[in-house]
Design a protein. Structure first.
Length: 254
C-alpha cells in the first residue's frame, strides 16, 4: 500500500485516506528570550529596587536577564521588562498547560491583559519568555501541545469503556513498554505501540480543564474513573474546538 495512506483508515472507510499523523507541522517560532529557569521570578525580585547588590545581580538568572537586555547594569528593568511585568501583574486572563513525554515535563503559562500576553515555558533548567498578542498565544499553545491532524478510526466493537490503570499510562508516557490490554483490536494495538504523551490544559482557579493523552498523533480525552482512566478516542478537530470552548466557559465572568 502507498506509504502516504493510512492502512486502517483506508480499510474501514472503504476509500483511500491519507496518513494525517505524518503531516509535517511547522516548527514553532523561536522564543524572544531563552533564559535559565526562574528568570521571570528573578525579574520581579530585582526590578524597581534601585541599586541591587552585586551578589543578586550576578546570579545566573539575573546575568541572563541583563545579557538579554531586560535588566540594566545595576538591576533596573528595561522598557520591555516593565511591560512584561505589568501584563503579568494586571492579567485578567490566565492559562496553564503541562506536557509530559519521555523527555520529561514542560509547563506552559500565559498571562493576558487586554490584547497583549506573556507566555512562559519551563523545561528542566531552561525557561523561555515571549511577549505577543493574546490571539497568537492561544495559537502558540495549540502548536506547542503537538496536536496533529488525526482520523478517529476505531476497531469495530472496540470497548472504549475499558479502564487503563494510571500507572500504566505513566509508564507508557515515560517510554516504558507495557503490553496492550487483553482483547485489544488491531487498530488500538497499533496506536498503543506509538510514543505516548499527555497534555493537560486548564484555567488556574477553575475546575474546568482539558486532559488529553496522545498515542502518536491519536488524540484521546482522559476521563478519570475509579481504578484509572478511560481514554476516549476523539478527532483532532474536536480538540481544536474544545480549547476555545474551555476558554469561553472559564472566562465568561471575567
Amino acid at each position: 500500500m502507498n506509504d502516504l495512506l493510512d492502512p486502517f483508515a483506508t480499510e474501514y472507510a472503504g476509500q483511500p485516506l491519507e496518513r494525517l499523523d505524518q503531516t509535517p507541522g511547522r516548527p514553532l517560532p523561536e522564543p524572544a528570550y531563552t533564559l535559565p529557569s526562574g528568570a521571570l521570578q528573578a525579574l520581579f525580585d530585582l526590578r524597581g529596587r534601585g541599586l541591587v547588590s552585586a551578589a543578586k545581580r550576578n546570579t545566573p538568572a539575573a546575568t541572563a536577564l541583563r545579557e538579554a537586555g531586560l535588566l540594566g547594569r545595576f538591576g533596573g528593568a528595561s522598557e520591555t521588562a516593565t511591560t512584561i511585568a505589568g501584563i503579568v501583574e494586571r492579567a485578567g486572563r490566565t492559562l496553564a498547560a503541562e506536557r509530559v513525554n519521555r523527555s520529561g515535563t514542560t509547563t506552559w503559562s500565559c498571562w493576558a491583559s487586554g490584547t497583549d500576553a506573556v507566555v512562559r515555558t519551563v523545561h528542566g533548567d531552561t525557561e523561555t519568555i515571549d511577549l505577543l498578542p493574546f490571539t497568537s498565544a492561544v495559537g502558540r499553545l495549540i502548536a506547542w501541545s503537538g496536536i496533529e491532524p488525526f482520523w478517529p478510526v476505531a476497531d469495530p466493537g472496540d470497548d472504549e469503556s475499558r479502564v487503563i490503570p494510571d500507572d500504566v499510562v505513566d509508564a507508557m508516557v515515560s517510554g516504558h513498554q507495557v503490553d496492550p490490554p487483553a482483547g485489544a483490536g488491531p487498530v488500538f494495538a497499533a496506536r498503543w505501540q506509538q510514543p505516548w504523551s499527555t497534555v493537560s490544559i486548564a484555567v488556574p482557579g477553575s475546575d474546568d480543564g482539558l486532559p488529553l493523552v496522545f498515542m502518536g498523533a491519536a488524540s484521546h480525552l482522559r476521563l478519570r474513573v475509579e481504578g484509572g482512566s478511560r481514554l476516549q478516542l476523539v478527532p483532532s478537530y474536536w480538540v481544536f474546538e474544545a480549547l476555545p470552548q474551555l476558554l469561553e466557559r472559564s472566562w465568561s465572568t471575567t
